[in-house]
Design a protein around this ligand. Structure first.
Ligand code: GLY
Length: 343
């Protein structure tokens, strides 16, 4: 079992455990004061038997992103209260990013905040969503618009559970993993998956320690997300075929590489390095030809990072990527044309 320490400035440190059977560790680590455990999960997630020395209530929320709504939050809070969950008790979120965002959020507001732990069952959750204390739900007007920073007391990344993912879900996690290649964790590999997951977790932990509230460097974790989110949103709106978050991020990294190249920030060789990293995990980085910059602009302008100008995280030769403001529509168009011309 590999353990990675996360040490956020605002709260006690906690560990992320990565390895086969990591979920079994929940049984050993809940703490003697815990009388009741409220488990939040989904029906399409492997059901994990927790044999705890505490009363357990499990609630399965709707599958998929639909669970991240204020309606579900209200329902969960009511059930937590009826169950008699107290301040010393525990929420355990078992699932991917949707469940850790939702379970973490209800834990953060119930009785003004109680402890929660996450058993992360997806690759995307294990390398990103479960770590770092961002919790929240969606509004009809956008994703993650209501939330809190509330850290788990432990995260279990059970890599056995990854075998139950569909190829598409697994690849979606790889799309998110690629971003770490450009943030200081190059050489990630499927052959050493547990170590690669732990390296991503450790890098994320470093960003969170330095910039917990995303006032600066943590924003770099959004590499590939600006254009990626726009494609994901076009899919949700039915304007293009629907794609997963990780698929969108992989395509977004491709676009961001061309944008950095078009702006003279990276060389031809560095552009090719982006393609090599994306292809290493056999990711589909095609961007539908019918998508124009006018199509993506409404979503790019709404991006939380924007603060009034078009903002991207972009690579820079011999440096870490950085947040670049005031990107012009013309530069975006040049980059998109370059994407379609590149063989
Ligand atoms: N998923 C990006 C972050 O946690 O900051």
């Amino acid at each position: 079992m590999i353990s990675v320490r996360v040490d956020p400035p605002s709260t006690s440190p906690y560990d992320v455990y990565v390895g086969r059977h990591a979920a079994n560790m929940v049984n050993r680590s809940i703490g003697e004061e815990v009388r009741k455990v409220f488990v939040v999960s989904q029906s399409n997630i492997p059901q994990i038997e927790l044999s705890l020395d505490a009363e357990v209530q499990t609630v399965l929320v709707p599958d998929g992103e639909d669970a991240k709504s204020l309606e579900v939050v209200g329902d969960l809070l009511g059930r937590m209260s009826s169950f008699g969950l107290g301040r010393g008790d525990l929420v355990v979120a078992i699932g991917g990013g949707v469940v850790s965002d939702l379970g973490g959020f209800v834990a953060s507001i119930y009785l003004r905040g109680i402890r929660y732990q996450t058993v992360s069952t997806t690759l995307l959750g294990q390398i990103d969503a479960a770590i770092g204390g961002k919790t929240g739900v969606n509004l009809p007007t956008g994703k993650n618009l209501v939330g809190s920073f509330w850290h788990p007391s432990a995260v279990y990344c059970d890599t056995d559970l990854l075998d139950s993912l569909s190829e598409r879900e697994f690849k979606s996690g790889l799309g998110e993993m690629v971003k770490y290649e450009f943030l200081g964790a190059s050489g990630l590999s499927l052959e050493e998956l547990d170590e690669s997951i732990a390296r991503c977790a450790a890098l994320k932990a470093e960003f969170v320690r330095e910039d917990e509230r995303e006032d600066g460097r943590r924003a770099l974790l959004n590499y590939g997300h600006t254009f990626g989110h726009a494609l994901e949103s076009l899919g949700i709106a039915g304007r293009i075929e629907r794609i997963t978050h990780g698929e969108a991020v992989a395509k977004g990294i491709r676009f961001a590489a061309h944008l950095a190249h078009a702006m003279g920030r990276i060389s031809d060789v560095e552009l090719e390095e982006h393609y090599r990293a994306l292809l290493k995990f056999s990711l589909d980085v095609s961007i539908p030809r019918e998508v124009t910059i006018q199509d993506v602009m409404p979503f790019i302008s709404r991006d939380k990072k924007n603060r009034g100008s078009i903002t991207f995280v972009l690579a820079q030769s011999n440096h870490e990527p950085s947040v670049v403001r005031d990107v012009s529509v013309g530069e975006l168009e040049t980059a998109l044309n370059a994407v379609h011309r590149y063989l």
